[in-house]
Design a binder for this molecule. Structure first.
Ligand code: ZN
Length: 290
């Protein structure tokens, strides 16, 4: 797959229609070419169960007490888990704003800093489907290799569809969507803005299974997604964008998008039944860009 090449004008039209119907795909679509076909948006399917578009007003979006807790700041101004955050109780803690931290918080309120950050330890992971275009950080690659191997032993096919995405690639992707939609609001429904994608950290990956539901809502029912949702925490992964939490995370459900946070945090989120990093860290919801 070539993330940088762009489709022709006719294809643009079809893809734009598909994207408009699938508003909120955002976090993972690496390029217009990778967007799901229009049929994926047919009403009546699980895909259409997506909630309403994220509210532009964070103040109306809080759905839990922890989500409304104010973040705390250290003396140096570094964002840290709120005082009442479960993350404060873990043995080891990591900064939320350092882009190389396993806990780095990236959402529509928190852009990577520096915005053009690129990990220094990117590598081609030893995973099914991996190519020179699907780089991951060393720690992510190792964790994913263990997860993929155990999934395979359990009879579950799992492939790597996407990994690290540079600032330049994300900017190119976002700009192509901007041309298609003709507005920032339209582009925002199809792609994360450059500097706001978890894929730029090298800690996020998109999994597939070679089936027709890859990168589509119906992937949630696939053995790969079900297995990853049930077992990913053991390897340090969380499903970052769960169904029904778009008003907190800013994105509709993406059962294929896994984020490495380390097994201690990921396991604690499961045990405490806390579905989003925002809630776990005691940070406000981030339904839209500020
Ligand atoms: Zn993704």
């Amino acid at each position: 797959m070539d993330d940088l090449s762009l489709p022709g004008r006719r294809q643009f039209g079809r893809l734009a229609a598909a994207a408009a119907a699938l508003a909120g795909l955002g976090a993972c679509s690496p390029s217009p070419q990778a967007s799901p076909p229009a049929s994926a948006s047919s009403s009546g399917s699980p895909a259409s169960a997506s909630p309403a578009a994220p509210s532009p007003s964070p103040s109306t979006s809080a759905t839990s007490a922890t989500a409304t807790a104010a973040p705390s700041a250290t003396a140096s101004g570094t964002l840290a888990p709120a005082v009442d955050s479960p993350a404060r109780q873990l043995k080891r803690q990591f900064p939320l704003t350092d882009p190389s931290s396993p806990w780095v918080l990236v959402n529509k309120h928190h852009r990577l800093s520096p915005v053009t950050y690129q990990p220094s330890d990117l590598m081609v992971p030893a995973l099914a489907g991996a190519t020179a275009d699907t780089l991951l950080r060393k720690v992510t690659a190792a964790a994913a290799a263990s997860m993929f191997a155990d999934a395979a032993r359990a009879g579950v096919a799992m492939t790597l569809l996407s990994g690290f995405r540079s600032y330049a690639t994300q900017a190119s992707t976002y700009n192509s969507w901007l041309r298609i939609h003709g507005s920032v609001a339209g582009a925002d429904t199809a792609s994360a803005r450059p500097g706001f994608s978890e894929h730029q950290t090298g800690l996020a990956l998109d999994i597939g299974d070679g089936g027709a539901c890859e990168l589509q809502p119906c992937f949630a029912a696939s053995p790969a997604a079900v297995w990853a949702a049930a077992n990913g925490h053991r390897y340090g992964f969380i499903v970052r964008y769960l169904l029904g939490h778009d008003r907190i995370t800013g994105y509709y459900a993406e059962s294929w998008h896994l984020r490495y946070v380390g097994s201690e945090l990921a396991t604690d989120m499961v045990h405490r039944r806390i579905p989003t990093l925002e809630e776990y860290f005691g940070l406000p919801p981030a339904p839209s860009y500020l």
